[in-house]
Design a binder for this molecule. Structure first.
Ligand code: ATP
Ligand code: ATP
Ligand code: MG
Ligand code: MG
Ligand code: MG
Ligand code: MG
Length: 276
């Protein structure tokens, strides 16, 4: 405010509670679509996986990553996305409600803003909402287990949904009959139903459906000719005058992958994501 004097009402600010996230922990913000079971039916999402809807979710997550500082990796599936802030982040002084509301509101407005890029002339029938939560993980192992948990959830749900909708769409079962048929079945039973009755090898289903989507930062070398302005740095070598030299500049770009993030391979290939 412009005035220096405090009003007599100012004391109410002291009712605000401290929600600073513990130092040194990874901060995870997970959001999830509100009542997307209904939203997906109303907007005639293809079952079990509507690629327009998945593409839109990932477009929104990209917008969040590009607009916020310090997000090192995001992971999404179905109507949810998780955003992981680096453990040393001091964005908004690590205030949980600030971080969470910025992520969730940026994501929600992006969902509306980019809707027509994915659904064309099909209108969005009401303003969708998302819930959010913040969870802290103190170790790399805990954070990896968190991401593994979300990817395992993606796998379990997708396996169930794939066989369920195959029974309905190709097997002619009602949804109730398909539900009964799958009651008590194990993963191997579900694979067997698809393989023997419908000639579907689950392992050949699209990776984006089986693994979800991880968004990471990729370093791109920017050629000098493509820079808006040449970047230089003043250096002083012994026995020489200080001079300007061109420096190599990397630009960061969000890149999507639909790979396994449970095993070690992904983390060995991307050693920069997690800090010590
Ligand atoms: P922060 O992200 O920290 O909130 P901010 O730029 O939004 O930064 P605020 O203190 O929230 O800062 O102030 C909002 C600013 O938006 C006002 O200072 C004013 O300049 C502008 N603003 C908001 N509503 C109106 C309006 N109806 N008409 C004109 N200006 C407006
Ligand atoms: P809540 O508000 O508690 O989250 P919800 O209806 O959103 O309720 P979820 O457990 O989040 O329940 O499940 C999301 C549902 O949205 C899925 O069960 C599925 O029916 C639907 N859905 C989300 N994304 C897609 C998609 N890409 N294709 C088809 N259906 C989808
Ligand atoms: Mg839920
Ligand atoms: Mg939901
Ligand atoms: Mg969900
Ligand atoms: Mg403001």
């Amino acid at each position: 405010s412009i005035g220096m004097a405090k009003s007599k009402f100012e004391y109410v600010r002291n009712f605000e509670t401290d929600d600073t996230c513990l130092k040194n922990c990874y901060i995870v913000v997970r959001l999830d679509g509100r009542n997307f079971h209904k939203l997906s039916e109303l907007h005639k999402f293809l079952k079990p996986n509507d690629d327009r809807a998945l593409g839109l979710m990932t477009r929104c997550a990209r917008s969040v990553m590009e607009d916020m500082d310090d997000i090192i990796i995001s992971y999404g599936q179905s109507d949810e996305y998780s955003f992981i802030f680096k453990r040393s982040s001091n964005w908004f002084k690590r205030r949980a409600s600030k971080l969470m509301t910025h992520v969730v509101s940026q994501f929600s407005s992006s969902y509306v803003f980019y809707w027509k890029e994915y659904f064309g002339d099909q209108p969005l029938l009401y303003p969708p909402g998302f819930d959010g939560r913040v969870v802290l993980y103190p170790s790399n192992r805990n954070l990896r287990d968190y991401l593994s948990w979300r990817q395992a959830d993606c796998h379990i749900n997708n396996l169930y949904n794939t066989v369920f909708w195959t029974l309905v769409q190709r097997g002619g079962l009602t949804t109730t009959q398909a539900e009964d048929r799958l009651k008590g079945t194990l993963a191997a039973d579900k694979n067997e139903i698809m393989f023997s009755e419908f000639d579907i090898n689950y392992n050949n289903e699209p990776l984006v459906h089986r693994k979800g989507t991880a968004l990471i930062w990729e370093k791109v070398l920017t050629p000098l000719s493509q820079m808006e302005e040449t970047v230089t740095k003043r250096v002083k070598l012994p026995n020489e005058d200080e001079k300007e030299v061109p420096v190599t500049r990397f630009r960061r770009r969000v890149s999507a992958c639909h790979c396994d993030i449970i095993g070690d391979q992904f983390w060995e290939e991307h050693p920069d994501i997690l800090e010590d």
